[in-house]
Design a protein around this ligand. Structure first.
Ligand SMILES: NC(=O)c1ccc[n+]([C@@H]2O[C@H](COP(=O)([O-])OP(=O)(O)OC[C@H]3O[C@@H](n4cnc5c(N)ncnc54)[C@H](OP(=O)(O)O)[C@@H]3O)[C@@H](O)[C@H]2O)c1
Length: 311
């Protein structure tokens, strides 16, 4: 099969479109015929070796941990999925990934593809959608009526987080650049701050929850905005415990986990029209280098997708 693999860490030139062995499913696995693979910043962070100490991978490595496709072979112990099922998944990041014609994932990590989405759209959902879901509901325990600040609302995680927070009944505030104001308001933001021209901590009232997708100075200034009892959930860097304690807040960094149950709930919200999928761009699998170059600009509006089977 064709796959995009790396044989060592480095820049986009390390991405090779080449032949790779067809993966065999174990007893708990399914093999998926990949129709589309989502691109996420973690893909180029792994490619560059930034996460090598935390996530040791064997080379060669197939990148990509978002997939939409069709089950093509099932392991002996798999009972809830069958050959021919259309599924989507954010599989285990320690295994070979989804930038390939076929991928093997644990059956427990796959859920039915939302019926209203194309494979290209569905491949854009799992990693960013699960990250937003787990940040808001599993970690922050966001409640209806609470004020939540979502950084980078025009990005992959942020575009899902705005919609999920709004659906849950929260008051949603988002940062983005001025050019993306209409977009984030259309996704459901009640308040908007252009992070380039305004210091959000000076123009906003205090918030209950911050979803930090940026880290650094943005995270430090966000802590100042938290109410006593507030929560800062980061997906980039661990928040400073002393700074949180000083304002009576709590917080943590987390890594998104596969969850077919949460994917099923997100899929239901998509099919009912409560959540939509924002696609920045679609590239053929063979053009993964261009997709990474785009993702690394940090300017994507929504998600970047690699199309494996032409729609
Ligand atoms: N821990 C985890 O499990 C986990 C899971 C998913 C993602 N992440 C991490 O979370 C981060 C975001 O991921 P993503 O997929 O959402 O990235 P992304 O889609 O590449 O984000 C791009 C967006 O970021 C916005 N942006 C850039 N700098 C900003 C700033 N200072 N303030 C506000 N917005 C800013 C851009 O908007 P403008 O063009 O308007 O500036 C752009 O729309 C990445 O570092 C990723 O690795 C971690």
């Amino acid at each position: 099969m064709k796959a995009i693999r790396i044989h060592g860490y480095g820049d986009v030139e390390t991405l090779r479109y080449e032949d790779a062995p067809l993966p065999e499913p174990g007893p708990e696995d399914v093999r998926i015929r990949v129709h589309a693979a989502g691109v996420n910043p973690v893909d180029w962070k792994i490619r560059a070796g930034y996460l090598a100490s935390m996530l040791p991978h064997e080379m060669p490595l197939t990148l990509g941990w978002d997939v939409s496709g069709v089950v093509e072979k099932v392991g002996a112990n798999v009972t809830h999925l069958s050959v021919g099922d259309a599924v989507y998944s954010r599989p285990d990041i320690t295994r070979n990934g989804t930038y390939a014609e076929f991928v093997v994932v644990r059956a427990s990590e796959a859920a039915a593809k939302p019926e209203t989405l194309t494979h290209n759209e569905a491949a854009a959902v799992p990693l960013a959608g699960l990250t937003a879901w787990q940040a808001l509901f599993d970690h922050a325990q966001l409640k209806p009526g609470e004020r939540v600040l979502i950084h980078a609302g025009a990005g992959g995680v942020g575009s899902f987080a705005i919609q999920l927070a709004k659906w849950s009944g929260a008051h949603v505030i988002s940062t983005a650049s001025a050019a993306n104001e209409a977009l984030v308001r259309d996704l459901g933001a009640d308040e908007f701050v252009d992070y380039r021209s305004q210091r959000f901590e000076q123009v906003l009232a205090k918030v209950d929850v911050v979803l930090d997708t940026i880290g650094g100075d943005t995270q430090e200034r966000s802590i100042q905005l938290l109410k006593s009892g507030g929560r800062l959930i980061s997906v980039t860097t661990p928040p400073e415990a002393d700074a949180l304690a000083a304002v009576g807040a709590t917080g943590n960094l987390f890594m998104v986990q596969p969850s077919s149950e949460s994917l099923g709930r997100i899929g239901a919200l998509i099919d009912s029209g409560s959540v939509r999928v924002l696609i920045d761009s679609v590239f053929p699998l063979a053009e993964a280098r261009a997709a990474h170059t785009k993702s690394e600009t940090g300017r994507a509006k929504g998600k970047i997708v690699l199309e494996v089977v032409p729609a």
